[in-house]
Design a protein around this ligand. Sequence first.
Ligand code: ADP
Length: 261
Amino acid sequence: KEMDVELRAVSARMGRVKHKIMIASGKGGVGKSTVAVNLARVLQARGFRVGVLDADITGPSTAKLLGVERERLLAGPGGIEPVDSKGLKVISMAFALSDPSSAVVWRGPMKMAAIKQFLADVSWGDLDFLIIDLPPGTSDEPLSVVQLLPDLTGAVIVTTPQEVALLDSRKAVNMVKAMGVPLLGIVENMSGLRCPHCGEVIDIFKTGGGERAAEELAVPFLGAIPLDPEITPLGDEGVAFVDRDTAAKESFERVVDGILG
Ligand code: ADP
């Protein structure tokens, strides 16, 4: 009974969100959160109404990348108010922690409850896109998201040339397939180094693995994003690099074109 009420609350809120997209990866550090926030920003720049749900309950990082990690959750008339990051609606566990660097040590059911509350009790309003940043790997969170959102638009898998070789991204692809979620495609991040002097891309680790893996797994390849020395400092300042005219911006525009099909 209680479950029904909660699920009804989730579907009432989520019925007002047109597209729900999960961003997943086989392991951490491949740039999944970076990709998630920049996709959100590109979509926003194209005039869409966009929300970002940080479903990485124990290691939230999108709030910092969006420059809002010091914000706190507030109750509004229609529920929990999402935090505003220059027009993006953001919800993250980081807003509920007294110290953003403190660790959350929760088991699966607690994480599920938090995700459910973020979907059911937040006044997201009408959105064109909700970008859901998952924790790395095949943990409880993706399953919770999938159970709560039966009409997910699909998942984007972020990988790197090195990770492709280690097969972790294939695990993420297989997890998504096993859950019956449509695969929107694979993004190869940190694909070559963009030289800050001449703009040429230097192939450090063998690039192209993401594209080959996509082919093998019969998943669309959404594009490659080069290693760009400007990205990390911008992330640390909470500025998405698509906000500035960086070289990687173009790559992101192409990825969004691919997602929008
Ligand atoms: P994940 O979410 O997969 O753990 P993050 O998005 O937090 O990874 O990125 C990990 C680190 O790599 C961050 O410091 C980020 O700034 C950096 N990074 C991500 N993508 C790129 C890129 N294309 N070029 C340079 N640095 C990047």
